[in-house]
Design a protein. Structure first.
Length: 333
């Protein structure tokens, strides 16, 4: 079968079929932005060359001593495919397609949330990134960043033959947590041509707004010892979105104190017991317990004072026996 196909090709062309064409192109390949200038040279590797040139729909050509030059002011064709040909002294002609890829970075990148309304901690949401007018799609990658961390990369059909610019959308399913509130989600387009990687000059940033119930930093509950009469400061600050509101419950004997709605309660300590703070918002509520006890005095210091007093009394008693006369008068001798 292959024999008959070879005979048919020879009969059609009148010449033997050769897979090698003795030409060299400089640069060997090209990646060119749509609308930008471009140039390439084609030279012969054979001393049997009679004539050579470019077959092209764009630009101008010029012949030099040992090569032919192609000059294009603006590449305006997506499927641009110039050919360099060579004619030999024996009448044989061969040609090579110049491997050129025309690309275009997106005109615009836009991030949007598929569902309306605020996000809630622990739930998954679909985020959409629209890329407007980008080519070729087979070389396109979309990178998603949460803060500085790469969280996802999407590529498209690498066998897509369409060289023209199109608009594409990338989707990210993101499960949000409370610490994602205020974080920046970024979408970046990238054209990858192997050794050549072209990041888009455009990015879009989307600030996440995540609703979550109040949470306390460690320790969640506190135990304090405070001397009676000293200032008592109870810090009930909680993180939450929306911002939490606060309410307090005091020990029964302290019910006459003003409860207030502040996150830090300050008062002169009078009543030991458990002080309870509740932080609440639209997403839920959390409680923090402060167990406050009366601080005991320093018994070591008390003992030193008592001991010193006893010793001083003994010394005074001994001095009285030695220096005081029977009649009650005082004498040093």
């Amino acid at each position: 079968m292959w024999y008959f196909m070879l005979i048919g090709l020879v009969a059609y062309s009148g010449q033997p079929v050769s897979s090698y064409c003795p030409i060299q192109m400089t640069p060997p390949t090209a990646v060119v932005e749509f609308g930008k200038p471009f140039s390439a040279n084609c030279s012969s590797l054979s001393n049997q060359m009679e004539k050579m040139g470019w077959e092209t729909t764009l630009g101008t050509t010029s012949n030099k001593d040992n090569y032919v030059s192609l000059q294009i002011n603006s590449v305006t064709e997506w499927d641009f495919a110039p050919q360099c040909y060579i004619n030999m002294h024996d009448g044989e002609q061969c040609s090579e397609d110049y491997p050129i890829t025309v690309y275009k970075l997106p005109d615009q990148i836009l991030i949007s949330q598929s569902s309306s309304g605020p996000m809630r901690s622990g739930q998954t949401y679909r985020i959409q990134c629209d890329l407007v007018n980008v080519a070729p799609v087979r070389n396109l990658s979309v990178n998603w960043y949460l803060g500085d961390k790469l969280v996802s990369t999407e590529t498209f059909d690498k066998s897509d033959p369409n060289p023209k610019s199109v608009s594409k959308s990338s989707f990210l399913d993101l499960k949000v947590q409370s610490n994602d509130n205020g974080a920046l989600l970024q979408c970046e387009a990238e054209l990858n041509f192997g050794s050549v990687v072209l990041p888009s000059t455009f990015k879009d940033r989307y600030e996440l707004v995540v609703l979550y119930p109040p949470t306390f930093s460690d320790p969640a509950n506190e135990t304090l010892e405070i001397p009676i009469g000293d200032e008592m400061i109870l810090n009930c600050t909680a993180a939450g979105n929306p911002s939490p509101k606060y309410s307090w419950q005091f020990p029964q004997q302290a019910n006459n104190q003003q409860k207030g709605d502040q996150h830090v309660f300050s008062s002169s300590f009078q009543h030991p017991g458990t002080y309870t703070c509740t932080a609440s918002n639209s997403e839920g509520s959390s409680k923090k317990f402060f167990t406050v006890t009366e601080a005991q005095g320093d018994r070591t210091t008390f003992g030193v004072l008592i001991g010193g007093g006893v010793l001083l009394g003994c010394l005074l008693g001994a001095a009285g026996l030695y220096f005081v006369k029977p009649d009650g008068s005082f004498a040093l001798s």
